[in-house]
Design a protein around this ligand. Sequence first.
Ligand code: HEM
Length: 261
Amino acid sequence: MAEPREANAPAWEPYAGDLDGTTVIRLTLLERVQHIVLMTSFTVLIITGIPLLFPKLPMVHAFGGVFPIRTFVHRFAGATLAALAAFHVLYVLFSPEGRRDFGRMAPRWQDVKDFVHFLKFQLGRVNEPPPFGKFDPFEKIEYFAVVWGSAVMVATGFMLWFFEDTLRIFPFWVYQLVLMVHGYEALLAFLAIILWHLYNVHLKPGHHTTEQELRSFVAGKLAGFKVPVKVVFWPEMLPRNANGKILKTELKKVFATEPNA
Ligand code: HEM
């Protein structure tokens, strides 16, 4: 049985984007563009930065440890990441979509309850997983880790870039600390992307499914007349009352007006 949701849980709202029953647009165009810039600049920063941490490894030379324009490329990608971070702050503050999605991303007490519920589900103590909102607690942790990680990398990156100013203002040990933080935060970010993000987004079983797969799956288990004629992938939290019960009347209203549903 689902836990009652907090009164301040994100209110349910009809989905306003593209929804044709098989495809949902989860991120706005500007969010996708930001993601592509982040992905590209991060990859370049890893390729041009990590070799400095392990300069003695022979394989490092093969993937760019010593190529002559490494410094320039790393700084260019660093400046791109800094510009993206500034753009993202403006997007979140001033665009309606940015404000809306940041509101959904904000941590809530309900996330803690959902996490406990999720653990109980994993341990077989409850039958249903928690009714997560658009972003589950794991995605929220990941988002804020990227925000925090980018702030640290940009701040320390500029301090390394303009090292003469850094050394004029701070004692030498601060510079050494900055170098260490920049290097090991880079390693942490690299491992987090490879082990956590790429697994969750691309490899986790059950993460991707299609309408056809779902229909074939239930067709082997249900009487023919019960097999759904149509499957709709719904990107938002389903409308629920304070006790977590799905409001079927609200759902019916949406599907009555949704031409493709
Ligand atoms: C996720 C992003 C980043 C990663 C993974 C990364 C990675 C690294 C690594 C591993 C090092 C070597 C540290 C050492 O020698 O111990 C380094 C050095 C450096 N990084 Fe980054 N970095 C990132 C972002 C940035 C940014 C945003 C800037 C600039 C704004 C920047 C500027 C520098 C500079 C100036 C150095 C000193 C070496 C050089 O001149 O190329 N980095 N980076």
